[in-house]
Ligand binder design. Structure first.
Ligand code: AMP
Ligand code: ZN
Length: 435
């Protein structure tokens, strides 16, 4: 079984990788300066010329690009090749406002699919696997990316797209799927449906899952692994930089290797823009080193995480990023306290609840309110009001210990919280509606 997709790249020495990155960066800056007037203007305003960038060490001199720039330049303003050279458009999910579109040449698609192939191999896949792709197909990059990667590896590919969960399980049983690709929230839903259909992990052949496109906790990983009888691997990416496969997890399951031959990462202070030393939490920034059609330099992802060059037991030398804790704009400020939905998810699962929950934030009488609805399983469900009240109290206390603020917990009946087939919506912030 192959251990790597591109062994030479994935295990390259630090010196050779840096050399490769330097060469690619110098070339890419010229490509962008010559073909993207929008970015050329940003460089000119900063007084930076392409020749000022001689290596990765000069990267900090370049201006940032943000989502606002992408919206500004929508749809064609950051395109670096004639439209006739492009073969594909994909779009962001639009979770944080207007969608932006990204363009791909055939070479861009090849490299993106290669990234997904690296991820499938790292999750233990090879050409004998049956790979069920249950990410949404269409403008969203999840379906297209893993589909392409699965073909490259030579897996038998099932292009299921998301939804129709019982049919997903039927096909899984009939066709012997061994790898499942979807969002972690959908994987949890598939696990739950398997159980509801009276089946167990012994009835299916799945061995691995490649789950990403949204933040998920270690506790969620264990829940999914148990319900489907698999090893669950994280995969990260964003449309602006290509799609899933910007980074991927290996057998160590402790952070994702970034395909840094293609995407150069930096961590910056989201307030000041200052580059932070390795090991510090901050905003992830990517420079696409080889992309032809949509070559973003220093793109601010708004994802918060930390990078590490600690040696990995899988033999890959590619730098690793920790699971992102969410986007800087996912962070809720409630009564002055910073709260990430992932912190709440951690407590819920630790306390034996399912990952079916909804966080609602509002402002009443000038005070922020935090309401968390959590679904009970049929086993947990009780019609004794006192029992439920006690459970609510003890869960609220555990959440208070984690966050430092008091939530109102509502335990609700089984199957009353909407399940997600794609990216889950777990937070409703009504304060924004009053603004
Ligand atoms: P999009 O390209 O619009 O589908 O979404 C990209 C965004 O999804 C990223 O910027 C992250 O915020 C989020 N994302 C993707 N993969 C992961 C992951 N594995 N863990 C956490 N967040 C993720
Ligand atoms: Zn590794």
């Amino acid at each position: 079984m192959p251990k790597y997709w591109h062994e030479d790249i994935e295990t390259m020495s630090r010196e050779d990788m840096k050399k490769l990155q330097n060469e690619r960066l110098v070339k890419q800056v010229h490509h962008v300066y010559e073909h993207v007037p929008y970015y050329r203007d940003l460089m000119d305003k900063k007084g930076i010329k392409p020749d000022d960038i001689q290596s990765v060490d000069d990267l900090h001199k370049l201006p940032f690009l943000s989502k606002a720039d992408l919206r500004d330049a929508y749809p064609f303003g950051l395109l670096a090749v004639p439209l006739s050279e492009c073969v594909r458009i994909q779009s962001t999910s639009g979770t944080t406002g207007k969608r932006v579109v990204a363009f791909y040449t055939q070479a861009d698609i090849e490299l993106w699919e290669d990234c997904c192939a690296r991820a499938i191999i790292a999750a233990g896949g090879d050409k004998d696997d049956v790979c069920q792709v249950a990410y949404g197909y269409g403008l969203f990059t999840g379906g297209a990316g893993l589909h392409g990667g699965s073909h490259k590896v030579g897996c038998l590919t099932l292009p299921m797209s998301s939804g129709n969960t019982e049919r997903q399980i039927q096909f899984m049983c009939d066709l012997g799927s061994t790898i499942l690709c979807c969002t972690p929230s959908y994987a949890a839903y598939i696990g739950e449906t398997l159980h509801d259909m009276g089946l167990t992990p012994d009835d299916i052949k799945l061995k691995a899952g490649i789950f990403g496109a949204e933040p998920w906790t270690e506790e969620m990983r264990r829940t999914i692994e148990k319900s489907l009888g698999i090893k669950a691997y994280d995969i990260f990416g964003l449309t602006e930089i290509s799609g899933p496969g910007v980074s991927f997890e290996c057998e160590e399951q402790s952070g994702m290797h970034i395909n840094e031959d293609l995407f150069l990462p930096e961590i910056i202070d989201p307030e000041t823009g200052e580059v932070l030393p390795e090991g510090t939490v901050g905003e992830l920034v990517f420079t696409a080193l080889t992309k032809e059609a949509f070559p973003l330099l220093r793109y601010r992802t708004r994802d918060l995480c930390v990078l590490s060059r600690k040696k990995c037991s899988c033999g890959r030398t590619l730098i690793k990023m920790a699971k992102p804790m969410g986007r800087s704009d996912d962070m809720l400020i409630i009564r002055g306290v910073n709260v990430f939905p992932s912190q709440i998810e951690t407590v819920l699962i630790e306390q034996g609840y399912t990952p079916n929950y909804l966080i609602e934030v509002d402002r009443k009488n000038n005070t922020d309110t935090l309401d968390i609805s959590v679904e009970l399983t049929p086993e947990q469900f009780s019609d004794k009001i006192k029992d439920v009240q006690n459970m609510e109290k003890s869960l609220a206390a555990a959440i208070k210990t984690m966050l430092g603020i008091n939530p109102k917990v509502h335990l609700v009946s089984p199957k009353t919280i909407t399940r997600s087939e794609g990216k889950a919506v777990r937070v409703i912030d009504r304060r924004k509606l009053h603004e």
